[in-house]
Design a protein around this ligand. Structure first.
Ligand SMILES: [Zn+2]
Length: 150
């Protein structure tokens, strides 16, 4: 979905179509070229969980491209009246998608079981990512509380 079409859901089925739309319509937006890859499209997906099931790779949660995409999507969902629900929906979708990603990593691990050092790295990395998701979660909740009380 286009994160720069304020107040509406502009859905594209291919990441390349989204990229050409953004370049044509939102010229004021500065976007690094690694934003519109299939792996990063996960963070722009209307249903991240489903997206995770059809691609074989997702950019890591702590990568710069992923961070920028989430930031754009959060500002975009703030342009809707049901922004709280939308924000929550994406956080949940991203989390589920990352669980699927972890499942894929596990499958890869069992194929490469002989390399045990790699396995540890994968596990440590996904645990770190999960903690980060939770941190961002609570900070976004706090922000929403502030907004609704003012
Ligand atoms: Zn747009």
């Amino acid at each position: 979905m286009c994160a720069w079409c304020e107040g509406k859901e502009n859905v594209y089925t291919r990441i390349a179509d989204l990229e050409s739309h953004v370049k044509k319509v939102h010229r004021e937006v500065t976007i690094s070229k690694d934003q519109f890859t299939r792996a990063n499209g996960f963070y722009f997906a209307k249903y991240p969980e489903d997206y995770a099931k059809v691609v074989d790779n997702i950019n890591p949660y702590d990568s710069k491209a992923a961070y920028e995409a989430r930031k754009a999507m959060r500002s975009w969902s703030d342009t809707f009246s049901d922004k709280q629900a939308r924000g929550d929906q994406w956080t949940a979708g991203w989390r589920k998608g990352l669980e699927i990603l972890r499942g894929m990593a596990k499958k890869r691990e069992s194929r490469e079981r002989s390399v045990s050092r790699d396995k540890r790295t994968v596990v440590e990395k996904s645990a770190r990512t999960e903690r980060q998701v939770e941190r961002e979660d609570s900070s976004s909740v706090a922000r929403h509380k502030l907004e609704s009380s003012s």
